[in-house]
Design a protein around this ligand. Structure first.
Ligand code: ADP
Ligand code: MG
Length: 588
């Protein structure tokens, strides 16, 4: 093959790939342009999750008639003049690439008018081919429509995810920007129905409610901090504002950690780690906070020209940014959160020499026991090897002794003592019952006397809507009840005594955590999540009958020893272990 220069159209499609990956990236670029133009109101309309149409209308400064042709050229920008400007960028855009890129992979129409122009202008670009400038009547501002995204790049089209996922990405993006720019009115609608609307009155907490739902938003803690910047340069200070969750409010992944740096949504920053460090020892392993934080630093302190999509930034003083965020969030957290007690006593009353949390897993629980035996024997004893029982190992018939701490059941079996975590055990029981009914396609459902109405965050509402048929399978009858509100009309009989609103929230939480699981996987996950939410809680006093019923149900389970999420349901102290611990046998 000989070397040749690629035709311009091919080159620009390649370049477009870096900027425009999916509908949400188009929305992001267009939003940024509107914000750079000083818009006070930005309206986004999409159709088919952005595949067929993305339209962003703003009331910003508009593009002068004689510059419109230029705006769609690659490397054409009004925001940057010299290379030096790169180090003090105050706008979101600066690469002059977005419109050219979008125009090369879609049918793009820009209509714009500046305040001093008597009429607007319209320009179309079709798959990179620039049309003629037309004179049109238009309000001041800019409307950009992107139709048939990727129609000429079938490979890209194939990589798009399900509509639900693409739509969610757009929704997430818009809510985040609405939070970052509370003075701007944002509106998102699909096919004429609006799913998000912010007032533009500067009230961030109201927008937070749209993002997370009212309950969660109410619990979030305020962060406000300011510190002097470096003495060189502009002398501007570092500022952090936003919200973080109290320690009781967590998620199982980091997806709900959002950082804006100088008005730009950035990903994968060391700031995430700074936040997590602020929560250090305050959260359980595997749990993550929710956070929406806005960091402002002097523009020369941050390099935004690292990534074509501008989603990554580099700090000139990474340590300074890191420690500022860590201190500021830690302070906000400690102002509200009590510091938990450290150094729990172990099961045997004697504190281990190195205080450490007892990890609630089988193998570790046994290690803990072994460590204690080792200590008692002068520390020279090799620890007993205990193998973890298979998940499918049945439990023997158990004799109930009672409940302790309103959290554990105590029972005796032929081979020793069992401590059973009532919540984990009940989760397992519910899960197996539900899945058995599901496999037989017969989940009995019970109509609620008073249907429960649940209001969801707009992103969650969309997820739920897409999953209504699956829920029907599970015996949940849920209907739309006004914007982002749903009505639960019937529940599976298995959960007859549970709170329908809690059940619905559990369902939605499940969807959010998975991109696009396979159908059967999804169903198991839904079941797991609902069971977790609706199982009896630690701290709930159970009557002797309830205790016995739970134990019987657990004995009947196929995998009684773990909850559906893999945590152990029970700790077994065998006769042998007891004898060793009491020094009756061995280990001496
Ligand atoms: P960049 O934003 O990096 O400058 P773009 O390709 O996104 O590059 O836009 C090119 C230029 O078109 C911008 O610099 C700006 O002058 C103009 N422009 C784009 N969108 C708008 C808008 N919504 N309002 C006003 N001007 C705009
Ligand atoms: Mg731009």
């Amino acid at each position: 093959m000989t070397i040749r220069v690629l035709p311009a159209a091919v080159a620009s499609q390649i370049a477009a790939g870096e900027v425009v990956e999916r509908p949400a990236s188009v929305v992001k670029e267009l939003l940024e342009n509107a914000l750079d133009a000083g818009a006070k109101s930005v309206t986004v309309d999409i159709a088919a999750a952005g595949r067929t149409l993305i339209q962003v209308a703003d009331d910003g400064a508009g593009i002068p008639a004689d510059e419109l042709m230029l705006a769609v050229e690659r490397h054409a920008t009004s925001k940057l003049v010299s290379a030096d400007d790169l180090y003090r960028i105050a706008t979101l855009g600066f690469r002059g690439e977005a419109l050219a890129s979008i125009g090369s992979v879609s049918r793009l129409t820009i209509t714009s008018r500046t305040a001093d122009a008597p009429a607007g202008r319209r320009l179309r670009v079709d798959g990179g081919i620039i049309g003629r400038l037309e004179k049109v009547g238009a309000p001041v501002g800019t409307v950009v429509s992107v139709e048939a995204l990727f129609y000429n790049v079938p490979a890209r089209l194939k990589f798009l995810k399900q509509d639900m996922t693409e739509r969610r990405a757009i929704d997430t993006l818009l809510t985040r920007y609405a939070l970052a720019y509370p003075q701007v009115r944002f509106k998102l609608s699909e096919g004429g129905t609006s799913s998000l609307q912010s007032a533009g009155d500067g009230d961030r907490r109201a927008i937070l409610a749209a993002l997370y739902g009212v309950d969660t938003a109410r619990q979030m803690l305020d962060v406000v901090a300011e510190e002097d910047g470096p003495s060189t340069g502009s002398g501007q200070s570092y500022k952090l504002s936003g919200f973080i969750s109290p320690t009781a409010l967590t998620r199982s992944n980091r997806k709900e950690i959002t950082f804006f740096v100088n008005g730009r949504w950035v990903q994968d920053t060391p700031l995430n780690a700074a936040l997590l460090q602020a929560y250090h020892t305050l959260l359980m392993v595997g749990r993550y906070p929710l956070a929406v934080l806005f960091l402002e630093v002097p523009p020369e302190e941050v390099d935004v020209n690292v990534h074509p999509a501008k989603a990554v930034v580099r700090f000139r003083n990474p340590d300074k940014a890191f420690s500022f965020v860590q201190r500021a969030t830690r302070r906000a957290l400690l102002a509200y959160a009590p510091v938990p007690q450290v150094a729990p006593q172990n099961l045997w009353g004697s504190a281990p020499s190195q205080p450490r949390m007892i990890d609630p897993t089988w193998s570790l629980a046994h290690e803990e026991l072994s460590a204690v035996s080792g200590q008692e024997a002068g520390g020279s004893q090799p620890s007993t090897v205990v193998t973890q029982p298979s998940a499918f190992e049945k439990v023997p018939l158990l004799r109930l002794i009672g409940q302790i701490g309103a959290t554990y059941l105590v029972a005796e079996g032929p081979d020793g003592l069992y401590l059973i975590d009532q919540h984990a055990a009940h989760e397992r029981v519910l899960f197996e019952k539900l899945m058995a009914q599901h496999d037989q396609k017969a989940i009995p459902s019970q109509v609620l006397l008073t249907p429960a109405v649940v209001h969801l965050a707009s992103a969650s509402a969309k997820l739920l809507e897409d999953q209504l048929p699956v829920l029907q399978h599970f015996g949940f009858h849920v209907e739309l009840f006004g914007q982002n509100s749903y009505q639960v009309r019937a529940m599976p009989v298995l959960f007859a005594n549970s709170d329908p609103a809690a059940a619905l929230r559990a369902l939605v939480e499940n969807f959010e955590e998975d991109e696009a699981p396979l159908q059967n996987e999804l169903e198991a996950k839904i079941a797991g999540r609902v069971c977790k939410r609706l199982a009896v809680k630690a701290g709930q006093v159970l009557s002797p009958d309830e205790q016995r019923a739970l134990l019987n149900d657990l004995e009947a389970c196929a995998s009684p020893r773990t909850c559906p999420h893999g945590r152990p349901t029970m700790i077994h102290l065998s006769v042998d272990t007891l004898e060793r611990q009491f020094g009756r046998k061995g280990a001496r």
